[in-house]
Design a protein around this ligand. Structure first.
Ligand code: NAD
Length: 270
Protein backbone atom coordinates (compact mmCIF):
# COMPACT_ATOMS: atom_id res chain seq x y z
CA UNK A 1 0.00 0.00 0.00
CA UNK A 2 1.49 3.40 -0.96
CA UNK A 3 -0.97 5.72 0.79
CA UNK A 4 1.63 8.50 1.26
CA UNK A 5 2.92 8.61 -2.33
CA UNK A 6 4.73 11.90 -3.01
CA UNK A 7 4.22 13.30 0.49
CA UNK A 8 7.05 14.95 2.44
CA UNK A 9 7.43 14.08 6.12
CA UNK A 10 9.67 15.06 9.01
CA UNK A 11 10.09 12.56 11.86
CA UNK A 12 11.77 13.83 15.03
CA UNK A 13 13.80 11.31 17.00
CA UNK A 14 13.94 9.15 13.90
CA UNK A 15 17.28 7.48 14.54
CA UNK A 16 16.11 4.55 16.64
CA UNK A 17 13.10 2.72 18.02
CA UNK A 18 9.62 3.85 17.06
CA UNK A 19 10.81 6.94 15.14
CA UNK A 20 13.00 4.87 12.85
CA UNK A 21 10.18 2.38 12.27
CA UNK A 22 7.90 5.30 11.35
CA UNK A 23 10.46 6.72 8.90
CA UNK A 24 10.78 3.33 7.20
CA UNK A 25 7.03 2.63 7.16
CA UNK A 26 6.36 6.07 5.67
CA UNK A 27 8.87 5.33 2.89
CA UNK A 28 7.20 1.96 2.28
CA UNK A 29 4.00 3.98 1.80
CA UNK A 30 5.75 6.29 -0.69
CA UNK A 31 6.70 9.29 1.46
CA UNK A 32 9.97 11.20 1.33
CA UNK A 33 11.31 11.42 4.86
CA UNK A 34 13.54 13.83 6.77
CA UNK A 35 14.99 12.19 9.88
CA UNK A 36 15.79 14.36 12.88
CA UNK A 37 17.72 13.10 15.89
CA UNK A 38 19.96 14.25 18.70
CA UNK A 39 22.49 11.98 20.34
CA UNK A 40 25.13 12.26 23.00
CA UNK A 41 28.78 12.10 21.97
CA UNK A 42 29.07 8.51 23.27
CA UNK A 43 26.10 7.38 21.18
CA UNK A 44 27.05 9.39 18.08
CA UNK A 45 28.77 6.64 16.12
CA UNK A 46 26.10 3.95 16.66
CA UNK A 47 23.34 6.46 15.99
CA UNK A 48 24.90 7.62 12.72
CA UNK A 49 25.19 4.03 11.63
CA UNK A 50 21.51 3.39 12.41
CA UNK A 51 20.44 6.56 10.61
CA UNK A 52 22.50 5.62 7.54
CA UNK A 53 20.78 2.22 7.46
CA UNK A 54 17.35 3.83 7.68
CA UNK A 55 18.27 6.26 4.87
CA UNK A 56 19.35 3.34 2.69
CA UNK A 57 15.99 1.64 3.22
CA UNK A 58 14.14 4.87 2.38
CA UNK A 59 16.09 5.15 -0.88
CA UNK A 60 15.41 1.49 -1.70
CA UNK A 61 11.72 2.38 -1.65
CA UNK A 62 12.37 5.03 -4.30
CA UNK A 63 11.93 7.93 -1.86
CA UNK A 64 14.08 10.90 -0.93
CA UNK A 65 15.68 11.18 2.48
CA UNK A 66 17.51 13.81 4.44
CA UNK A 67 18.99 14.00 7.92
CA UNK A 68 18.50 17.07 10.09
CA UNK A 69 20.31 16.85 13.41
CA UNK A 70 18.99 19.08 16.19
CA UNK A 71 17.83 19.21 19.75
CA UNK A 72 14.07 19.73 19.46
CA UNK A 73 14.03 21.64 22.75
CA UNK A 74 16.18 24.37 21.15
CA UNK A 75 14.02 27.00 19.44
CA UNK A 76 16.77 28.22 17.10
CA UNK A 77 17.74 24.69 16.10
CA UNK A 78 14.12 23.78 15.36
CA UNK A 79 13.69 26.85 13.13
CA UNK A 80 16.93 25.85 11.36
CA UNK A 81 15.84 22.27 10.57
CA UNK A 82 12.45 23.36 9.24
CA UNK A 83 14.33 25.92 7.08
CA UNK A 84 16.64 23.19 5.80
CA UNK A 85 13.78 20.81 4.93
CA UNK A 86 11.61 23.43 3.25
CA UNK A 87 14.57 24.94 1.36
CA UNK A 88 15.55 21.50 0.08
CA UNK A 89 12.08 20.15 -0.72
CA UNK A 90 9.96 23.27 -1.05
CA UNK A 91 7.29 21.70 1.15
CA UNK A 92 6.42 19.61 4.15
CA UNK A 93 3.12 17.72 4.48
CA UNK A 94 3.48 15.63 7.64
CA UNK A 95 5.20 16.29 10.97
CA UNK A 96 5.72 13.44 13.41
CA UNK A 97 6.67 14.64 16.88
CA UNK A 98 8.31 11.46 18.13
CA UNK A 99 11.47 12.56 19.99
CA UNK A 100 11.17 11.67 23.64
CA UNK A 101 13.19 10.87 26.73
CA UNK A 102 12.45 9.65 30.24
CA UNK A 103 14.30 9.70 33.54
CA UNK A 104 13.36 7.76 36.63
CA UNK A 105 13.60 9.01 40.17
CA UNK A 106 11.36 9.31 43.22
CA UNK A 107 9.63 12.65 42.82
CA UNK A 108 11.16 14.09 45.98
CA UNK A 109 14.57 13.65 44.34
CA UNK A 110 13.78 15.00 40.87
CA UNK A 111 15.98 18.02 40.14
CA UNK A 112 14.53 21.05 38.42
CA UNK A 113 17.13 20.54 35.68
CA UNK A 114 15.94 16.98 34.98
CA UNK A 115 12.29 18.07 35.08
CA UNK A 116 13.05 20.83 32.55
CA UNK A 117 15.05 18.45 30.36
CA UNK A 118 12.24 15.89 30.03
CA UNK A 119 9.55 18.54 29.55
CA UNK A 120 11.92 20.34 27.17
CA UNK A 121 12.24 17.43 24.75
CA UNK A 122 8.82 15.80 25.12
CA UNK A 123 6.53 18.83 25.35
CA UNK A 124 8.36 22.06 24.49
CA UNK A 125 9.98 20.22 21.55
CA UNK A 126 6.61 19.00 20.29
CA UNK A 127 5.21 22.52 20.58
CA UNK A 128 8.17 24.17 18.82
CA UNK A 129 8.06 21.71 15.92
CA UNK A 130 4.27 21.91 15.65
CA UNK A 131 4.46 25.72 15.54
CA UNK A 132 6.98 25.66 12.68
CA UNK A 133 4.92 23.08 10.80
CA UNK A 134 1.71 25.07 11.27
CA UNK A 135 3.37 28.27 10.01
CA UNK A 136 4.37 26.39 6.86
CA UNK A 137 0.98 24.67 6.44
CA UNK A 138 -0.81 28.04 6.73
CA UNK A 139 1.49 29.59 4.13
CA UNK A 140 0.21 27.34 1.36
CA UNK A 141 -2.89 25.49 0.15
CA UNK A 142 -3.51 21.93 1.23
CA UNK A 143 -3.12 22.08 5.01
CA UNK A 144 -1.02 19.42 6.67
CA UNK A 145 -0.82 16.71 9.27
CA UNK A 146 0.77 16.58 12.73
CA UNK A 147 1.01 13.33 14.69
CA UNK A 148 2.40 13.32 18.21
CA UNK A 149 3.93 10.28 19.86
CA UNK A 150 2.36 10.34 23.29
CA UNK A 151 2.07 7.32 25.61
CA UNK A 152 -0.41 5.40 27.70
CA UNK A 153 1.00 7.70 30.40
CA UNK A 154 -0.96 10.52 28.79
CA UNK A 155 -3.77 9.14 30.99
CA UNK A 156 -2.18 6.51 33.29
CA UNK A 157 -0.11 7.90 36.18
CA UNK A 158 3.54 6.77 36.27
CA UNK A 159 5.00 6.94 39.79
CA UNK A 160 8.77 7.46 39.71
CA UNK A 161 8.48 9.18 36.31
CA UNK A 162 6.65 12.39 37.16
CA UNK A 163 8.25 14.63 34.49
CA UNK A 164 7.52 12.01 31.81
CA UNK A 165 3.89 11.52 32.87
CA UNK A 166 3.37 15.30 33.06
CA UNK A 167 4.91 15.79 29.61
CA UNK A 168 2.70 13.15 27.99
CA UNK A 169 -0.45 14.53 29.63
CA UNK A 170 0.59 17.86 28.11
CA UNK A 171 1.04 16.26 24.70
CA UNK A 172 -2.58 15.06 24.98
CA UNK A 173 -3.96 18.57 25.34
CA UNK A 174 -1.46 20.00 22.85
CA UNK A 175 -2.97 17.54 20.36
CA UNK A 176 -6.58 18.44 21.14
CA UNK A 177 -5.99 22.18 21.30
CA UNK A 178 -4.12 22.38 17.99
CA UNK A 179 -6.68 20.09 16.38
CA UNK A 180 -9.52 22.41 17.35
CA UNK A 181 -7.64 25.61 16.52
CA UNK A 182 -6.72 24.51 13.00
CA UNK A 183 -9.40 21.99 11.95
CA UNK A 184 -11.14 24.50 9.69
CA UNK A 185 -7.84 25.36 7.99
CA UNK A 186 -7.06 21.84 6.77
CA UNK A 187 -4.63 20.83 9.48
CA UNK A 188 -5.30 17.53 11.26
CA UNK A 189 -3.58 16.84 14.58
CA UNK A 190 -3.69 13.44 16.27
CA UNK A 191 -1.59 11.36 18.66
CA UNK A 192 -0.62 7.76 19.21
CA UNK A 193 -0.36 6.39 22.74
CA UNK A 194 1.95 3.36 22.75
CA UNK A 195 2.13 0.96 25.68
CA UNK A 196 5.30 -1.06 26.37
CA UNK A 197 7.24 -1.28 23.11
CA UNK A 198 10.52 -3.07 22.43
CA UNK A 199 12.87 -0.11 21.87
CA UNK A 200 16.11 1.23 23.39
CA UNK A 201 14.14 3.45 25.81
CA UNK A 202 13.19 0.18 27.58
CA UNK A 203 16.73 -1.23 27.89
CA UNK A 204 16.07 -1.67 31.63
CA UNK A 205 13.74 -4.67 31.05
CA UNK A 206 14.32 -5.76 27.45
CA UNK A 207 17.47 -7.76 28.16
CA UNK A 208 16.38 -9.19 31.49
CA UNK A 209 14.12 -12.26 31.03
CA UNK A 210 12.63 -11.95 34.52
CA UNK A 211 11.77 -8.27 34.17
CA UNK A 212 10.47 -8.87 30.65
CA UNK A 213 8.14 -11.61 31.91
CA UNK A 214 6.85 -9.20 34.57
CA UNK A 215 6.15 -6.54 31.92
CA UNK A 216 4.28 -9.09 29.78
CA UNK A 217 2.21 -10.26 32.74
CA UNK A 218 0.68 -6.78 33.03
CA UNK A 219 -0.36 -6.51 29.37
CA UNK A 220 -3.79 -7.96 28.48
CA UNK A 221 -2.62 -9.03 25.00
CA UNK A 222 0.26 -10.86 26.73
CA UNK A 223 3.30 -9.29 25.10
CA UNK A 224 5.13 -6.04 24.47
CA UNK A 225 4.53 -4.30 21.14
CA UNK A 226 6.96 -3.82 18.28
CA UNK A 227 8.01 -0.47 16.78
CA UNK A 228 6.50 -1.64 13.48
CA UNK A 229 3.07 -2.11 15.09
CA UNK A 230 3.20 1.48 16.33
CA UNK A 231 4.48 2.78 12.98
CA UNK A 232 1.42 1.24 11.31
CA UNK A 233 -0.86 3.47 13.41
CA UNK A 234 1.17 6.54 12.44
CA UNK A 235 0.86 5.57 8.77
CA UNK A 236 -2.92 5.33 9.14
CA UNK A 237 -3.10 8.76 10.82
CA UNK A 238 -0.84 10.27 8.14
CA UNK A 239 -2.98 8.90 5.32
CA UNK A 240 -6.34 9.88 3.87
CA UNK A 241 -7.77 6.75 5.51
CA UNK A 242 -8.04 8.93 8.62
CA UNK A 243 -9.26 12.05 6.76
CA UNK A 244 -12.19 12.57 9.17
CA UNK A 245 -10.18 12.07 12.39
CA UNK A 246 -8.65 14.95 14.31
CA UNK A 247 -7.83 15.67 17.96
CA UNK A 248 -7.72 11.98 18.92
CA UNK A 249 -5.19 9.78 20.66
CA UNK A 250 -5.18 6.17 19.48
CA UNK A 251 -3.84 3.93 22.22
CA UNK A 252 -1.79 1.10 20.73
CA UNK A 253 -1.00 -0.66 23.97
CA UNK A 254 -2.21 -4.25 23.96
CA UNK A 255 -5.05 -3.28 26.30
CA UNK A 256 -3.02 -1.45 28.97
CA UNK A 257 -5.55 1.36 29.14
CA UNK A 258 -8.34 -1.11 30.01
CA UNK A 259 -7.60 -1.25 33.76
CA UNK A 260 -6.02 -4.76 33.52
CA UNK A 261 -6.35 -5.27 37.29
CA UNK A 262 -10.09 -5.62 36.68
CA UNK A 263 -9.64 -8.73 34.49
CA UNK A 264 -11.27 -10.58 37.37
CA UNK A 265 -14.20 -9.17 39.30
CA UNK A 266 -12.22 -8.91 42.55
CA UNK A 267 -14.00 -5.75 43.64
CA UNK A 268 -17.42 -7.49 43.66
CA UNK A 269 -16.45 -10.80 45.29
CA UNK A 270 -18.23 -11.55 48.56
P1 NAD B 1 14.31 5.71 21.67
O1 NAD B 1 15.14 6.06 22.85
O2 NAD B 1 14.65 4.52 20.85
O3 NAD B 1 14.23 6.94 20.65
C1 NAD B 1 14.22 8.26 21.07
C2 NAD B 1 14.60 9.14 19.90
O4 NAD B 1 14.50 10.50 20.34
C3 NAD B 1 16.03 8.94 19.40
O5 NAD B 1 16.01 9.05 17.97
C4 NAD B 1 16.79 10.16 19.96
O6 NAD B 1 17.86 10.59 19.10
C5 NAD B 1 15.68 11.19 19.93
N1 NAD B 1 15.90 12.29 20.85
C6 NAD B 1 16.17 12.25 22.18
N2 NAD B 1 16.34 13.50 22.64
C7 NAD B 1 16.18 14.33 21.58
C8 NAD B 1 16.23 15.73 21.41
N3 NAD B 1 16.52 16.55 22.43
N4 NAD B 1 16.02 16.24 20.16
C9 NAD B 1 15.76 15.43 19.11
N5 NAD B 1 15.69 14.10 19.22
C10 NAD B 1 15.91 13.57 20.43
O7 NAD B 1 12.84 5.61 22.25
P2 NAD B 1 11.43 5.14 21.63
O8 NAD B 1 10.89 4.13 22.54
O9 NAD B 1 11.51 4.87 20.18
O10 NAD B 1 10.60 6.48 21.91
C11 NAD B 1 10.05 7.29 20.90
C12 NAD B 1 8.82 7.98 21.45
O11 NAD B 1 7.85 6.99 21.82
C13 NAD B 1 9.07 8.81 22.71
O12 NAD B 1 8.35 10.02 22.63
C14 NAD B 1 8.51 7.94 23.81
O13 NAD B 1 8.08 8.68 24.93
C15 NAD B 1 7.35 7.27 23.09
N6 NAD B 1 6.90 6.06 23.74
C16 NAD B 1 7.69 4.95 23.79
C17 NAD B 1 7.21 3.81 24.43
C18 NAD B 1 8.02 2.55 24.53
O14 NAD B 1 7.62 1.64 25.26
N7 NAD B 1 9.11 2.42 23.81
C19 NAD B 1 5.95 3.81 25.02
C20 NAD B 1 5.18 4.96 24.96
C21 NAD B 1 5.66 6.10 24.32
Amino acid sequence: MRRLEGKYALVTGGSTGIGRAIAIRFAEEGANVAINYHSSREEAEITEDEVNKACRVIREHGCREMVVKANVADETAVARIFGEVIDAWGRLDILVNNAGIQKTSPTEEVTAADYDKVLGVNLRGAFLCAREAIRHFLSRDGGGIIINNSSVHQIIPKPGYTPYAVSKAGVGNLTRTLALEYAARGIRVNAVGPGAIETPINRAWLDDPEKKALVKSHIPIGRAGTPEEIAAVFAFLASDDSAYITGQTIYACGGLTLYPDFRTAWSSQG
